[in-house]
Design a protein around this ligand. Sequence first.
Ligand code: GLA
Length: 415
Amino acid sequence: MTEVTIDAARAAFREAFGGPPAVVARAPGRVNLIGEHTDYSLLPVLPMAIARALLVAAAPIDGPAIEARSAAFAGTIALDRQHPEHVSGWARYLAGALRELADIAPGKGARIFVSGDLPATGGLSSSSALTVGIMAALAQAWGMPLTPDHLVTRAIRAERHVGVESGGMDQAIIVHARAGSALRIDFAPAAQHSIPIPPGLSFVVASSAEEAPKGGSARDAYNQRVIGARLAAAMLCDQVGLEIAHPPYLSHVAGVDVVDLLVDDLPEKISAIEVAHGIDADVSMLVRLTADTWDGRAKIPVKRVARHILSEAARVDAAEAALAAADLKAFGDILNESHNSLREDLRCSTAGLDKLCAAMRKAGAFGARLTGAGFGGFALAAVPPEHVAAVIAAAEAVSTGPAFEVDASEGLTLA
Ligand code: GLA
């Protein structure tokens, strides 16, 4: 795929609508180095933006009409801004974005054209790039640009309307990324700091060719982990005598000395109704999702979900220390441990992702793991620069999906 430039995005808009756009937002994809399935427990992540991006060109029009086209999909989406219901496909992200922009220039509509070179198969955050890009472009086109922090908060909510109760990693890295560095993001309390990528460390991503769109088949599997983490947090807070927040997060107990022992005593599976009963709490705070309600009677895994999340948070600290010391062998080992934990405990790997990781390690990577939500999508390898070509070839030999090198790139820009 060739890089889509701002000029090309402008030209595509002009061809589609017969006039120039007022603004082009360039929202990159991201790859998460470590800290997988931790953000929804308010535990840290360490992602970086990549050079592949979605470009959202937009021009304001009078009245509530939204007309949207995409280089990747045929047809025009026509929506009434005030009532963007009953939509499917990528229009769901547009509708979620419009919902979270309802207070901005309510009398205005827009024409939108989306292009770019970011694969939409899951794992590199194309859905968040789309949502952030649409929101940034529209707010700018309507003359009321959002601050970066407001954009992140609104984009998180916009995507949750689509049905995945995701954490805040993707939107935060897309907006705040800086070229040359990964970003450690903490959620409670909120903090961010740049982690420069040391010399001698390159990254390759490889698709398993199994689609894992967050808004599609992977949605229930993902939400089950979110609820499992909540149930574990509620039981652990109760055991150590901490107040149970609404909803409870594993971050509340992550610093407790004996937490690992307490996790070992959690049940393998339990339902939200049973947990609520056991701790004398209202089940609604355990099962409430932005777009839906989780089935409180379903028995779901909690012990191994908590074990993955708490151990993964510790791996973020260890990985940060390894990068600071430029200990790339240690860094690679931590990626491998993360993958094992995602496979055995969180259970979001697939045979295709396991095969990719094994092949890339064998071809000379320091380490490899699935990246993003899993259930298909992409794997990431940390690679000595001289082995990049061999690692890409090894990935291509075991999967029909694309494999390519990625560099830590700049976050959202508006032109
Ligand atoms: C998806 C979600 C993120 C995060 C990752 C897993 O990408 O959107 O919030 O939970 O999965 O780390």
